[in-house]
Every structure is written in structure tokens, then in C-alpha cells.
Design a protein around this ligand. Structure first.
Ligand code: ZN
Length: 239
């Protein structure tokens, strides 16, 4: 009996050692590792080989993007290179902003993603047919993305279309930084005061230290404390 137990435990050790070596190799090439390499350790320029590897893109796809004017190339040291901004654009065909923020994690995304481009959870109330629509589009509209889309991803893409269609000059006045946020990704950081707790909704400095929603927007957009019978907020008080 002791012999048998020993042999089984040593088999187990060998097996787990192999598994962990495999896991490490797998982790290095995981989508999460690629996203982190591109965003956390970003460099101004990438070779074609690195751009393809980091964004899981084929040469044919990059050639098509260059031909369509979607991404730019340059030469550096006699080698054809792609700027970080354009490699990151290729990455956004593979992973949505939500997926990229998720891969970066709660700490790194604060230093890596500009304030107005960070993904933030908000609560919205929609008619059921629109909720079903979001689910349906998430199912059929996956595109080139590497993971299943969520309702948030679908909504983000439609709001990106909307943001591209509005008058950017007008919006820039109402939402300072709107234009830069719409043109993200870019390599050189723009003005971005992430030390101050700005309200996610209105962009004013939050009047509650440590909370990134001001009191007015908290009552208006996140009315959990005064939910009505079906979890739907009561009508705002008349002013
Ligand atoms: Zn506010």
C-alpha cells in the first residue's frame, strides 16, 4: 500500500509540474498577455511581425487596412514599421474597450487608458425589446472579435457611431476632451488629470471625496436609494 501511494503521489507531482509549465507558456501567449504587452509596455513603433503577433492579425488583413487608409506605416532603421496608435487600432478590431480594460485590470488601466476612454459601469433602464435587441446583436454581430460580445459592447459600438456623427466642436465645448477621446488610441498622453475625482456623467469635480459621481448625478442617474416598486426609479421631483 505505501509503495502504491508513493508512486501515485510522484505521478501527480510530475503531472502538475508539466501542467504549470504549459500554463506559463499559455499565459505568455494569451489574449490578456498580448493586450497587456501592447498597452502597458507600449513602444512608439512596432515591426510588422510584432504588430501581427500582438493583435492576432494576418498579413492580408494588415495589407487591406493599409490599402483602405485605416492604418499608417513608416520606415525606421530601414525596416517597415507601424506606429503604436495604428497597432492599437488593429487591436480594437479584436477586443472591445471593455475587454481591453478588463485585461489591464483595475490598477494598470488607470495609468494606461486616458480618463475619458476608461470603461465605467453605469446603470441604465431600457424597454425589454431594446434589451433583447442588444442581446440579439451581441449574438449575430460578433465581427472579428476574439470573445463573445455583451450588451455593453454592442451599445458601445452604436454610441461610437453616434459620437462620430455629432458636431464635435459643439461637443468639445460641452464635454472638454471629447474630440481627443473620440480619436483614441494615441501614443502620446494628452492632458488627463486623473488625480481629481471628476463625475463620470457631467465631468465636474465631484463634491464627494473619493466618489466619482457628483451628488446631483447620483440622484439623477443612479437612483438606487429611491427605487420604486419594480426597481424603476420614481419620477424626478418637479423643479
Ligand atoms: Zn455629475
Amino acid at each position: 500500500m505505501p509503495t502504491r501511494r508513493d508512486s501515485s503521489s510522484s505521478r501527480k507531482t510530475r503531472k502538475s509540474a508539466t501542467a504549470s509549465a504549459h500554463d506559463t507558456a499559455h499565459d505568455r501567449h494569451s489574449d490578456r498577455a498580448l493586450i497587456r504587452e501592447l498597452f502597458v509596455e507600449r513602444l512608439p513603433l512596432y515591426s510588422f511581425a510584432d504588430a501581427l503577433r500582438l493583435t492576432r492579425t494576418t498579413q492580408a488583413e494588415v495589407d487591406a487596412a493599409i490599402a483602405a487608409g485605416g492604418i499608417a506605416t513608416g520606415t525606421f532603421g530601414g525596416q517597415l514599421v507601424i506606429p503604436w496608435d495604428d497597432v492599437a487600432k488593429l487591436a480594437l478590431d479584436r477586443w472591445t474597450p471593455r475587454m481591453i480594460n478588463g485585461a489591464l485590470g483595475s490598477t494598470d488601466r488607470l495609468s494606461v487608458i486616458p480618463l475619458l476612454n476608461r470603461v465605467q459601469q453605469v446603470e441604465v433602464f431600457l424597454p425589454v425589446y431594446q434589451i433583447r435587441l442588444l442581446h440579439y446583436l451581441a449574438e449575430i454581430d460578433r465581427g472579428q472579435y476574439r470573445a463573445r460580445l455583451s450588451a455593453s459592447d454592442v451599445l458601445e459600438r452604436h454610441l461610437l457611431d453616434l459620437a462620430s456623427a455629432v458636431n464635435a466642436d459643439e461637443l468639445e465645448l460641452a464635454v472638454p476632451g471629447f474630440r481627443a477621446a473620440l480619436h483614441y488610441p494615441y501614443f502620446i498622453p494628452r492632458e488627463d488629470d486623473w488625480f481629481t475625482a471628476f463625475c463620470w456623467y457631467c465631468g465636474r469635480v465631484s463634491d464627494v471625496p473619493g466618489r466619482q459621481v457628483c451628488t446631483d448625478c447620483h440622484g439623477r442617474h443612479e437612483p438606487r436609494p429611491h427605487l420604486g416598486e419594480d426597481g424603476i426609479p420614481e419620477l424626478d421631483q418637479e423643479e
